[in-house]
Design a protein around this ligand. Sequence first.
Ligand code: NCD
Length: 336
Amino acid sequence: MSDWTHRHVLDLAAFSLEDYTTVLELAQRFRAMPTSGARKLPALQGKLVTTLFFEPSTRTRSSFELAAKRLSADVQSFSPSSSSLSKGESLLDTVRTYVAMGADLLVVRHRCTGVPASLARDLDLSGDRVAVLNGGDGLHSHPSQGLLDLFSLARHFSPDSPTPAALRGRRIVIVGDILHSRVARSNLWALTACGADVVLCGPATLLPQAFTAFVDAPPPGQACDPVANRGRITIERNLDQALAGADAVMTLRLQKERMNQNLLTSLESYHRAYGLTHARLQACAASVPVLHPGPVNRGVEMSGALLDDPSHALVEEQVTNGIPIRMALLYLLAAG
Ligand code: NCD
């Protein structure tokens, strides 16, 4: 844990293998805590965690707030609709108001790429010692989701020792609306860093060919990639081919709110070509895990029967694992 150097968690491009190991080890310890009775640790006593979600959220916001409470932090949450943003106050001035009230950690979600990073830069420049966690920005990044997906997979493959090594050499298929998915982008950094080979699958309108070059260049803003040997990324448009020999499958929501034109002919034809069902999974191992970050469009990305089948679906496990992962991130940033 002594190697942890991040002041903020804005994306996973800057994460080294040691960072993933640190977060997963800590999350595994928090995951073992009882979920009833005495379930609080005093680690963040006296700290204030403020959640600022400028975009809707069901899981991420409540999971961060619960994680903060489990570490005994005070929690404050901001609601954009009833705020002074509607009176013309700038985003930075609104955020500074919460910093002036004593926030130590800000969890920020925004529909525009780069907002958490710009806030972190502005607050650093003005000498504020507040840490910023990205709760999802535009199409760009959703680091806590990438980490909880990684943790869920590592626990599936290696329940007693869920380290990055559990992912090495695995074939992980990500299928769906990859173009609009910050979850897919965070997973690409995390999974390839741990040595998994990622197969991306989806129609050309939702999965541009350029995605194979995703990790060829150094991460944005860095001179070199902090990870030496990444897994490969390939594109396979045919889902049955992609699924052959897969160790895990992740499917993604069609982000209709981010589509400004008709990118699909119909939901039925999308489901026929790219929807996951029990029949489709026959090309994989008998109990292949299926992940989805939620919210799920039942019968579109995956059949209702598959979503409700605990022998495949890790969806609820992902939600559960989100809490210890976010506890680990809050703990590391507050301690730093
Ligand atoms: C995702 C998000 O908001 O990026 N959801 C989540 O955080 N669990 C994915 C989505 O909205 O489809």
